[in-house]
Design a protein around this ligand. Sequence first.
Ligand SMILES: *Cc1c(COP(=O)(O)O)cnc(C)c1O
Length: 407
Amino acid sequence: MATNQQLVSMAQKALMGVYKPAPIVLYEGRGCRVKDVEGREYLDMCAGVAVVSVGHSHPAMVAAISGQAARLMHVSNLFYNERAIELATELGKRTPFDRFFFCNSGTEAVEAMLKLARRHHFQRGDRERSELVSTLGSFHGRSMGSLTLTGEPKYQEGVGPLMGGVRHVPYDDPAALRAAVNERTAAVVLEPIQGEGGIVVPGDRYLAEARSICDRAGALLLFDEVQTGFGRTGRFLACEHSGVVPDACALAKGIAGGFPLGALAVSEKVAPALQPGSHGSTFGGNALGCAAALAVLRIFDQEKLIENAERVGKHLGERLQAMADDPAIPAAAGARGRGLLRGIVLAETVDPAMTVQKIREAGVLLSLAGGNVLRFSPPLCVSQTEIDEAADHVIPVLRDAPGKSPS
Ligand SMILES: *Cc1c(COP(=O)(O)O)cnc(C)c1O
């Protein structure tokens, strides 16, 4: 087999330079562990950015996907397939939503949600209501619509003009939200916890206040649970922690354990906004993706993975808080998050990318969020022992954290 280095140099010639991956080529995985092409093993605390929800190559996932592939993969939305019907029915039992639209990614789910919001008011004759209110520091995707919602200018550089009619307000600031929402507002779009923005958990009342601000103004409340959904925070959806039910919600990442799938979940009230012809997706809701998502749900039940996310997530939180509180680890300036979506805020003086690299060299895969937050988003099957093993590798690196080079 080719070495990491050989493959990386081929990659650098053949792949567009859209990403800057670590110089390792991963080859196989099981549970929370992956190996590169040279057989070096890593503990995976990244899980493909909160995607590999039931762990790598779970035998029941492999069986569900290969079984479905052998029977029927795709028929388009000109016909029904059983798996999509089953998945929508099952999601209806597990969430406060009534109806579902399937697509292939988080971005697509957000995009469908935006069209739903504007069309909802359009169909009711309220054609002035087209404004969308989003938050600074948010991440909603990279298509032109979802990118406009994304509250981070660095992702928007050089690709304008963007979609019109979007306002950004500071996150976790009910007064700013109240001031921005009016009779022209179609919808407010929020992440229950900002993921890419740095695992920012809002105050306990924020989502409930957003709900009442929207209700009073006649605007829809939309949640982007692409990162926080599917058990990640120790509940099926993160909005359950607050008791707030939005009018629609975008799902993806962990939904099918690594198979590309997204979903828009909506209440009966707003479902009629997307009529035949108003939206669609060739691949969306294909039998293979839906079979993968159904397998994820079965594994969640059999292995009690949402309960595991809560219990082991609490342990992870305690380990990270202990690092943040330890005067011998000044690099860890804070710890935050919920369930198995957590982060260590790195001190100003620390080089985040170099820290991630050193942790990888110590055998643990992590990603960064918000530029300076070490994100832990392991598979939901992670054990307390694996968390401890990861922490034991991370601590020495943080004790001796690489400083920023003067520039
Ligand atoms: C990852 C993410 C997206 C984009 O999902 P893709 O599958 O990359 O299109 C949108 N919103 C949130 C909150 C995300 O974390």
